[in-house]
Design a protein around this ligand. Structure first.
Ligand code: CU
Length: 107
């Protein structure tokens, strides 16, 4: 004898798990060897976009190097999707005085 259990899970019962439509984009400008803003409030799933307005390349590198943009050319940009557990402080490999970070909260 075989018992079959059919479980129907409605998408509406799992808010936030399937395609979070509330995710936002945040922009950090790199200008005159500075990240602006220096601090940013984000949520998991959000995207942060760094735009390099300088005439020299920069990087966006986690303080523990767990994530890294690689070289961002003049007028180039790079983006990152925020994950809950990631390190949130970063610097530029070429200009170690360039430092900034973001705070991960919940929506
Ligand atoms: Cu730099």
């Amino acid at each position: 004898m075989v018992l079959t259990f059919t479980v129907l899970i409605s998408g509406s019962l799992l808010p936030g798990l399937v395609g979070d439509s509330k995710s936002e984009e945040h922009t950090v400008e790199i200008r005159n060897l500075q990240f602006t803003p220096q601090e940013l409030n984000v949520a998991p799933g959000d995207t942060i976009i760094w735009i390099n307005h300088d005439f020299v390349p920069h990087t966006v590198t986690a303080d523990n190097e767990s994530w890294d943009s690689g070289l961002i050319k003049a007028n180039g940009q790079w983006q990152l999707v925020v994950k809950e557990e990631m390190l949130t402080t970063y610097f530029c490999r070429y200009h170690p005085t360039m430092k900034a970070g973001f705070q991960i909260g919940q929506k």
